[in-house]
Design a protein around this ligand. Structure first.
Ligand code: G1P
Length: 294
């Protein structure tokens, strides 16, 4: 079986839910403390063994390119001023991985954004990570969410949708999976019978939501091409996956471990700030004291 060396990160979305912050700054460049969320996503991919990354952007997202590009001038100034530790940070950020960029020219949805990467994948299987979902790796297992999905791909030889259970109130925000057998939900990896994009609670086939981690084979591109736009004019990856479920290998889900934050909304962002601060050796003690006082 071919190894997963590549990942696509769609980052062309408009970030409407975080306006006005996202009026001039891509939502992917908003930080958790001092690290832009897209860098956390890239880091998870690298920690999962990914060597090549393609970020799908739009015209207004070019600061993402600058962020991952080396900046020798800035490094030089920082070194001259005796700030080597910051120069090192700049250097590291500019050399994280081999990152390519491609433009999604029209906002035609997630399925279309992934389709933009077809040529780049060169027929190899690949991972997809969505920037709205940041996952803090489980402290006990140390296996990143994406790596767990990659392992599920090696085990099943089928496309993988990474999932976790979500609260009833937020079911209608996600793609919700339906296992072949309900009792399969007790396993870590199970085969899917169906998936519904943003269902109403009463129509939801489970409470297990797709949370921004996927593994695809090249076949997904044919299904994306056959997928029609939905009511809002977008090509949904969920609809392409539903077509793929009818093939021999089908599609499986992997229930990944790790704490996941929805950075597409205010509450998720604040929770992420607090948890990341509590893990940051520089500020964790002060933040604990501050939270206690509050
Ligand atoms: C997308 C997918 C959805 C998935 C979600 C995860 O929706 O279409 O199936 O559950 O990402 O964050 P979006 O949030 O882009 O509307």
């Amino acid at each position: 079986m071919r190894k997963i060396n590549k990942a696509i990160i769609p980052a062309a979305g408009m970030g409407t839910r975080l306006l006005p912050a996202t009026k001039a700054i891509p939502k992917e460049m908003l930080p958790i403390i001092n690290v832009p969320t897209i860098q956390l996503i890239v880091q998870e991919a690298i920690n999962s063994g990914i060597k090549n990354i393609l970020i799908v952007i739009s015209k207004s997202k070019e600061s993402i390119i600058s962020h991952f590009r080396p900046n020798k001038d800035l490094e030089k100034i920082l070194i001259q001023r005796g700030k080597k530790q910051y120069a090192d940070l700049v250097k590291k950020t500019g050399n994280l991985a081999k990152i390519d960029f491609i433009y999604q020219k029209k906002p035609l949805g997630l399925g279309h954004a992934i389709g933009c990467g077809q040529k780049w994948t060169k027929n190899e299987p690949f991972a997809v990570l969505l920037g709205d979902d940041v996952v803090l790796t489980d402290k006990k297992s140390h296996v990143p969410a994406l790596k767990q999905c990659i392992n599920a791909f090696y085990k099943t030889n089928s496309c993988i949708v990474g999932v976790q259970p979500v609260a009833r109130e937020v079911i209608s925000k996600y793609g919700i999976v339906k296992p072949v057998n309900k009792k399969d939900l007790s396993k870590k990896v199970f085969k899917l019978a169906d998936m519904v994009e943003k269902p109403e609670i009463k129509d939801a086939p489970s409470n297990y939501a797709a949370l921004g981690r996927y593994i695809f084979t090249k076949d997904i591109f044919n299904f994306i091409k056959k997928t029609k736009k939905d009511k809002s004019g977008e090509i949904q990856i969920t609809d392409a996956l539903r077509k793929m479920m009818k093939t021999k290998n089908g599609v499986h889900s992997c229930i990944f471990s790790g704490t996941r934050y929805d950075l597409g909304n205010k509450l998720g962002m604040v929770k992420a700030f607090i948890d990341f601060a509590l893990q940051d050796s520089e500020i964790s003690n002060s933040i604990k004291k501050y939270l206690k006082k509050k």
